[in-house]
Design a protein around this ligand. Structure first.
Ligand code: FPP
Length: 241
C-alpha cells in the first residue's frame, strides 16, 4: 500500500469522512437498512486500519448526527446497539494497531451503557498514538460551537473573563476533542454534496471530495483515489499561490 514515503502523495493530517449510503446499499440488495449499517461498521473497520497504515494522524468518522434522532426509533436503537457492540468488540484490535479512540459529540442524550462502553475504550486507548480515531456520534457542528461558547461563558462567570479576550483560538480550545487539528480533507460517500453540519469550525480550509460509492462498498482503493485527488488539488493551489 502507498504510504507517507511516496513523495507523489500528500497525506492529509486530519481526514473526516461522512459515511453515507448504508440504507441505499441495503435497499439495492433487497436487505433491511440494519444490514446496511452492519456492513457500514465493517467498512469503518477496514478504513480505520487503512488510515493508520497511510500515516494519517487523525480520522473522524461521522456516525450519528444530532439530526439523526429523528429517524425511526427502531433504526436509532439498532445504530446505538451496533456502536455499543463495536466498542466492546473492537478494543483489542485498536490496542493492537496503536489507535487512540475519542468520542466527538454531546454526551447528553446518549444511553448510559453506550457511554460506559465508549468511556472504557477512551480510557484504555488513551496512550496510543499511531492514529487518533474520533467517532462523531451525537455530533452537530453548530451544537459543538454552541457548547464551546456555553463553557466559555460559564468559565467567565466563575473566573471573570473579558469579552475582548475572546478570539478564534479561545473558541477552538473549547471544541470537542480540542487537541485535534483542523480537518484537511472531507470525503462524503454515496454522491452527496452536503456538509450536513460536520466539523463546521474545523472545516474552514478543508478540501471536500464526494464519491458515488456507498459507504459499505468504500475500500482502500477509493480512499487512495480521494487522497490522490486531494494531492492534485493542493499541488495546483500551491502552484498558483
Ligand atoms: C449512513 O447511511 C449511516 C449512518 C449515518 C449511521 C450509521 C453508521 C454506522 C453504522 C457506522 C458506525 C461506525 C462505527 C465505527 C461504529 P444512511 O443510513 O444515511 O444511508 P442512506 O442515506 O442510504 O439512507
Amino acid at each position: 500500500m502507498e504510504n507517507m514515503t511516496n513523495p507523489d502523495v500528500i497525506i492529509p493530517r486530519h481526514l473526516g469522512i461522512i459515511m453515507d449510503g448504508n440504507g441505499r446499499w441495503a435497499q439495492a440488495r433487497g436487505l433491511p437498512r440494519s444490514a446496511g449499517h452492519q456492513a457500514g461498521v465493517q467498512s469503518a473497520r477496514r478504513i480505520i486500519e487503512a488510515c493508520a497504515g497511510l500515516g494519517i494522524q487523525v480520522l473522524t468518522l461521522y456516525a450519528f448526527s444530532t439530526e439523526n434522532w429523528s429517524r425511526p426509533e427502531a433504526e436509532v436503537d439498532y445504530i446505538m446497539s451496533l456502536v455499543e457492540q463495536y466498542a466492546i468488540d473492537e478494543l483489542p484490535e485498536l490496542q493492537r494497531n496503536g489507535i487512540r479512540f475519542q468520542l466527538m459529540g454531546r454526551r447528553e442524550g446518549l444511553p448510559n451503557p453506550i457511554l460506559n462502553a465508549l468511556d472504557r475504550m477512551i480510557a484504555q486507548t488513551c496512550d496510543n498514538s499511531r492514529l487518533i480515531f474520533n467517532l462523531a456520534f451525537n455530533y452537530g457542528g453548530r451544537s459543538e460551537i454552541a457548547d464551546a461558547i456555553k463553557t466559555i461563558l460559564t468559565a467567565a462567570d466563575q473566573d471573570g473573563f473579558d469579552a475582548s479576550d475572546l478570539d478564534e483560538n479561545t473558541i477552538a480550545r473549547y471544541l470537542y476533542c480540542s487537541d485535534c487539528p483542523d480537518v484537511d480533507l472531507i470525503i462524503r460517500t454515496s454522491g452527496e454534496w452536503r456538509l450536513s453540519n460536520f466539523l463546521l469550525w474545523r472545516a474552514s480550509n478543508a478540501v471536500f471530495i464526494t464519491t458515488p460509492v456507498y459507504w459499505p462498498d468504500f475500500q482502500q482503493e477509493h480512499l487512495l483515489t480521494a487522497i490522490r485527488r486531494y494531492t492534485q488539488f493542493i499541488s495546483m493551489q500551491d502552484a498558483v499561490s
